[in-house]
Design a protein around this ligand. Structure first.
Ligand code: GDP
Ligand code: GDP
Length: 453
């Protein structure tokens, strides 16, 4: 699903330092399969909101110098072959040495795009090495300090267009997708809609799940295995696959004593983790309560697409007053996502379930969508023109350009100067505009502001 970026270079140039900076605390897994993939570390990396899988090829420090180039070549080749982009790191303090030149030749033969990086360039000590690096014939070197974090915006600017061009990948890169299932495509998500139903005890979750499954043709399952305490059930709605994440809290419902048991926080968390779209189910006879807002917050924090669904509509009294009351309470108590879809269903009769699933699919589309750079910048220019950023202390905050760095949920970065002084209200203005003008609906949209220098 994520593009892959390989970090290449001779020992000691700072590959691992860069890898650690990009991957941070996220667990790096050591790939210890025998053969050329030996020593390859992979981790989920993030650079200013840009998400990718980083591949570190370090690990030859103690090796015998005589056989090093040969084995490095195999290692480098293997990493570059699976990567969408290669970051070729040289040491700006040491300048270009013969092994760098040799690696440069290998990379020029490869079809994988290369970004040349002159590391250890903090202060002025790297200046001559940066000039030297031009001699590798791989274009302008990006000067960074992996140790201090300098140059990360420049690296981002080089990486972004290459990552945007990377082909969409399968959700699970380790195994090929099952027959007949399309590759995961960011524009129009394929694969089953991963759906979770959460809510307070007695909201009607089990009734809803049973109704949906009772009326549908099961494709697979129920099968154990996503985690110890949850199962997935796959079925079809209008010819589209839905994978429902069912948790222990739902299944144990059949036993009388468990009626008292709450859907634990851990169950809710697991369901949210696995879902693309989360239905927060409310009991219409009780309205919206504080605990519901806490669950909504959690879903939002995790960046999942959300629908709020009022159940037991068959026995709800004074329906329009009730609906408007919940709508108003949501907009007030849950202002992060104004206009989150609010629907009504009856799990008992099945009324409203078709609409709920239709909206769930539409919400996933929005959640997965990437807008074009052109669309985004037209929106951005208009938004800034209509309502220019303030000028604290008489100096105007400048916003220069916007770029989408992520999907599922959509993430954006806006670059400018003195952005740290931008008031929260202006940020809100931008986020709401992104959502409204670019048709993201109520999907949680992330916005990061960065100083471009
Ligand atoms: P690798 O063998 O290419 O993975 O290199 P390492 O990441 O292990 O780094 C080799 C050495 O260079 C270590 O001592 C690092 O602390 C140092 N190093 C890495 N990045 C920088 C940097 O940006 N500036 C400076 N001055 N030293 C760095
Ligand atoms: P859970 O704890 O969220 O799984 O809730 P249950 O599915 O066990 O439902 C709690 C109670 O609400 C049960 O007595 C259900 O029969 C009832 N219930 C669930 N959905 C509806 C509905 O749409 N209409 C009505 N009238 N009752 C419902």
């Amino acid at each position: 699903m994520k593009p892959r970026v390989a970090i290449i270079g001779r020992p000691n140039v700072g590959k691992s330092t860069l890898f650690n900076r990009l991957v941070g605390k996220r667990v790096a897994l050591v790939d210890d399969r025998p053969g050329v993939t030996r020593d390859r570390r992979e981790g989920e990396a993030e650079l200013i909101g840009l998400k990718f899988t980083a591949i570190d090829t370090a690990g030859f420090e103690d090796d015998d110098a005589a056989t090093l180039p040969g084995r490095m070549r195999a290692q480098t080749q293997a990493a570059v072959d699976v990567a969408d982009v290669a970051l070729f790191v040289v040491d700006a303090r040491a300048g270009v040495v013969p092994l760098d030149a040799e690696i440069g030749r290998w990379l020029r033969e490869s079809t994988t795009p290369v970004i040349l990086i002159a590391n250890k360039a903090e202060g002025r000590s790297g200046e001559s090495g940066i000039l030297d690096a031009w001699s590798l014939g791989l274009g302008e070197p990006v000067a960074i300090s992996a140790e201090h974090g300098d140059g990360m915006v420049d690296l981002f600017n080089e990486l972004l267009p290459l990552i945007e061009k990377a082909p969409a990948r399968s959700a699970d890169a380790e195994s090929p997708p099952p027959e007949g299932e399309d590759l995961e495509d960011e524009e129009r998500p394929a694969g089953p809609l991963k759906l979770a139903i959460v809510g307070r005890p007695n909201a009607g979750k089990s009734t809803l799940v049973n109704k949906m499954l009772g009326e549908q043709r099961l494709i697979t399952g129920p099968e154990a295995g996503i985690t110890r305490d949850s199962i997935a059930v796959e079925w079809e709605w209008n010819g589209q696959a839905v994978r429902l994440i069912d948790t222990a809290g739902l299944r144990r419902k059949s036993k009388v004593e468990d009626k008292l048991e709450k859907l634990s926080a851990a169950d809710t968390q697991r369901a949210i983790d696995f879902a693309e779209v989360v239905v927060l189910l409310l009991d219409a006879t009780r309205g919206l309560e504080a605990q519901d807002l806490r669950i909504a917050d959690k879903i939002f924090e995790e960046g999942r697409a959300m629908l709020i669904v009022l159940n037991k509509w068959d026995v709800a009294e004074d329906q329009s007053k009730l609906f408007n009351g919940v709508r108003a309470a949501l907009d007030e108590g849950f202002s992060q996502v104004r206009g989150v879809p609010l629907l009504t269903v009856s799990a008992a009769t099945g009324k409203g379930l078709d609409t709920m699933l239709k909206v769930a699919f539409e919400t996933r589309d929005a959640w997965s969508r990437r807008v074009t750079t052109g669309q985004l910048n037209r929106w951005f220019e208009r938004a800034v023109e209509a309502n220019p950023p303030p000028a604290p202390g008489g100096k105007r905050i400048k916003l220069r350009y916007a770029t989408q760095t992520a999907t599922r949920p959509p993430g954006f970065v806006i670059f400018g100067t003195r952005v740290d002084q931008l008031p929260e209200s202006y940020r809100r203005y931008l986020i709401n505009g992104l959502r409204r003008d670019l048709d993201f609906g109520a999907v949680p949209v992330r916005l990061t502001l960065r100083s471009s220098k």
